[in-house]
Ligand binder design. Structure first.
Ligand code: SAM
Length: 244
């Protein structure tokens, strides 16, 4: 299935349908590990004390909220996503967090990654957790999405990616595939009420790039990889890159 054509947005529809159960299903499917993966990705993103950070495909905001919890005052945080429904969940969660503790304000901006309303080289760091797959897997606009990400990041700025990955280890890869094919779509479909969305999410995870392939894609898009770390025996990857 080719997705990401601006006129139809099948993904936007999927996320509009599953926003209410998205966080719960994430916790179940990753056995709660996604929380610590985002923590790790956030500390990578903040390593060089960026002043302006953009979370692309922010969704229900778990990554940007993790960033908010780790940064000091004065850092500008922006969460960007084309699903108004997912962003609404993020906004409510950020209000709850702000009522409880002193965290910086987060700007949530609704729009498509294909054309972002930010100046060239505006951000010091970009993060994208479980979102890049949506932008480049079987997506006719993959190159445009990558070019746009590169455009808004300053030269030398960091890009941090957390994403599903195809494990290297054969038996684990088989188990991982079986889990994604036979378990995730049905449980996700049952909880969210949208089997089609979880079929897509499971299939795109199962067939997604290995860490090495993803590294090559990023190098070709204008980044230099500085860190590649397999998580959960390689079912997930953490990649850190610098814009050339
Ligand atoms: C799997 S969710 C990831 C959410 C969050 N980053 C996390 O860690 O859970 C992917 C998000 O990407 C958004 N998305 C997909 N394609 C997009 C595009 N072309 N432009 C903007 N947002 C997009 C979806 O709306 C969805 O909220």
């Amino acid at each position: 299935m080719q997705v990401g054509k601006t006129e139809e947005h099948p993904l936007k529809e999927f996320y509009g349908d599953i926003h209410g159960t998205y966080d719960r299903i994430n916790r179940i499917f990753t056995f709660g590990r996604d929380v610590s993966w985002r923590k790790k990705a956030a500390s990578e993103c903040l390593r060089f004390n960026p002043e302006k950070v953009l979370d692309i495909c922010t969704g229900t905001g778990d990554f940007i909220l993790e960033l908010a919890g780790q940064v000091s005052e004065g850092v500008s945080l922006t969460g960007y996503d084309f699903s108004g429904a997912m962003l609404e969940v993020a906004r409510i969660k950020s209000q709850v967090l702000q009522a409880k503790s002193e965290v910086p304000n987060i700007a949530f901006v609704e729009g498509d990654v294909i054309k972002m309303p930010f100046k060239n080289e505006f951000f010091d760091a970009l993060g994208i957790t479980f979102g890049i797959r949506n932008l480049i897997y079987e997506n006719s606009n993959a190159d445009r999405h990558l070019a746009e990400m590169c455009r808004v990041l300053r030269p030398g700025g960091q890009l941090v990616i957390l994403e599903s990955s195809r494990p290297q280890n054969g038996p684990w890869r088989l188990l991982n595939s079986a889990y994604l094919q036979f378990f995730l779509p049905y449980l996700g479909g049952m909880i969210s009420g949208n089997l089609k969305a979880y079929r897509y999410l499971a299939r795109s995870s199962k067939n997604y790039y290995s860490m090495k392939e993803m590294g090559t894609i990023l190098e070709n898009a204008g980044f230099v990889i500085t860190k590649s770390e397999p998580l959960f025996l390689g079912s997930v990857m953490l990649l850190v890159a610098l814009k050339k």
